[in-house]
Design a protein around this ligand. Sequence first.
Ligand code: CUA
Length: 355
Amino acid sequence: MKKWLLNWRLFSLFSVIALLLAGCGKPFLSTLQPAGEVADMQYSLMLLSTAIMVLVIIVVTIIFVYVVIRFRQRKGEEKKIPKQVEGSHKLEIIWTVIPILLLIILAVPTVSATFKLADVKPMNKEKRDKNIVVVNVRANLYWWEFEYPDYGIITSQDLVVPTNERVYFNLKASDVKHSFWIPAVGGKMDTNVENKNQFWLEFDQKATDEAGGIFYGKCAELCGPSHALMDFKVKPLPREEFDQWVEKMKNAKPVVTDSVAKEGEAIFNKSCIGCHAVSPVDNRPEQARTAPNLANFGDRTRIAGVLEHNEENLKKWLKDPDSVKPGNKMTGTYGNLTDEQINALTKYLMSLKVE
Ligand code: CUA
């Protein structure tokens, strides 16, 4: 193939990829649209390091082009051997000192931000401030549990947090290594089986509004066939609304009036309740909590973390979970349900609301 044609093809390919990737910048998911204190800090570091790299590329390119032109072989001088030099203290000092300076410019803000981002002292105080919100995040093969130890409530899949304040997280996993990541709000952190990681995030109210009230969360550690489907959502609320939500969760009890939903409740109590709790106040030890808490299932934004939240998708999930999330732990645990039973279960689950 002609060289220019190959180059042209590569150029076109990169242009298309750049265009496609540019379309990925959604405010609810993009690190390039920071939505809180942590994301802001990390974004500034990204800009700084990018600026330094671009500067280096520009300077090196200019020098390179200058040298190529200035010292090219000219007509009639094919035999000429240029003056031979060996070593130059001046040059060696310049190209040693400049990179050191650049690294210092990078290191000072990076190290200082690292310490700020790792400051979890307020959550670990013997008697921590009542106003501090702490969430225990537990990652499981393809679902997330969010426990609020100070309020005695548990939810899953949809994380609810107050805006405009630091929220502290204890991160761990119950089976394999996962990674907790809300791209728009801050960098990821591993959830491990053998230790507890801690960090904090801040969710900006204005950015939340711009993102439509919800941020997307992802698992960022390859954990199995449904790793890419291990999504969660974050609903940041103004502090007052958050407090109201906590109160509602504390007092939530499923009230089933519809007769079909009642049938569903009976099926649930026979086949599902061994793993799924329907009260946010679940005092069982975490080893016993082997499936997402469903107390506010009707308020959720997704079915199984990935499907639109509607009855049709819930039925699809109940009928054949593996077709939605390959390798999930629910498949095969509750036998075959008839369409009628699935219908009743769906009515019951959708009626579980606290809001
Ligand atoms: Cu969990 Cu990837």
